[in-house]
Design a protein around this ligand. Structure first.
Ligand code: 6PG
Length: 247
């Protein structure tokens, strides 16, 4: 396995609301700076529940403060369901963010969860390669938002399929260990090629594994989240006090 968390910055806030608000501010400042330098910003979003609050804050407070036409959105993973399914990461993002901002459809690079997963992996890999700057053939995201599952997974790389982290491919088909739901996920080499990664983690249910990973306690390398270490970039944790309770 490559990429064990080495250099990082931890930010802890009183509540999930405050954590999301501070991160929203940080994210928008980064976007403005990157757009000023490069003209556009490429962001990879994660799904699940945690980003909903962040997206709501971006919708309410930043729809006019950022030139969303210069923002390109991608996803680190998607559940293999149609976009209007309640499980869809794209669907969640549409409801909480995309419906409220002025972003051209061509800037929204969703994963087609409704398509055949094996074919979609190939298509999305090409979508990434054709739209994002590559270094050694691997896309370089300007910013990546990651979440962490209660079992220490990130993107859709779960502990029982941790070998997907080191896949030679850019994207893979993954299977949720409990529900059996198929997912499409980017792999470790794309994650760690990002210029900046932010883990947004809230809630006590994440605290034990999070502290094991950060303190490098026995067995921590079994958790895919422990392998996040952007090779030339920055790693930030945005945590609420419950997630950080054991740190
Ligand atoms: C997904 C993800 C996943 C998520 C974590 C945390 O599609 O589920 O992108 O990696 O970030 O599972 O999810 P919660 O925020 O729901 O706890």
């Amino acid at each position: 396995m490559t990429g064990i968390i080495v250099n990082y910055k931890i930010n802890i806030f009183e509540s999930p609301e405050k954590t999301s608000a501070e991160f929203a501010d940080h994210l928008v400042s980064d976007c403005i700076n990157i757009i000023a330098e490069s003209g556009i910003v490429n962001i990879a979003l994660s799904g699940g529940n945690t980003p909903k609050m962040l997206f709501d804050i971006l919708s309410e407070d930043y729809s006019e403060k950022l030139d969303w036409s210069k923002v390109h959105l991608f996803w680190v993973d998607e559940r293999c369901v149609p976009p209007d399914d309640s499980e869809s990461n794209f669907g969640m993002t549409k409801e909480h963010l995309l419906n409220s901002i002025n972003i051209p459809d061509t800037n929204v690079h969703r994963i087609y969860g409704e398509d055949d997963p094996e074919r979609e992996v190939v298509r999305y890999s090409e979508e990434l390669k054709n739209n994002i700057k590559l270094i050694s053939g691997i896309p370089v995201f300007d910013l990546m938002l990651l979440g962490m599952g209660d079992d220490g997974h990130t993107a859709s790389i779960f502990p029982n399929i941790i070998e997907l982290w080191d896949s030679a491919n850019i994207c893979e088909v993954a299977v949720h260990p409990v529900s059996g739901q198929k997912r499409i996920t980017i792999t470790g080499k794309v994650i760690n090629n990002s210029k900046k990664i932010v883990f947004l983690v809230t809630g006590k249910s994440k605290s034990e594994i999070l502290s094991k990973i950060i303190k490098k306690e026995e067995g921590y390398l079994n958790y895919p989240s422990s392998l996040v270490n952007p090779v030339t970039g920055e790693l930030h944790f945005y945590l609420d006090k419950n997630a950080a309770i054991n740190l």
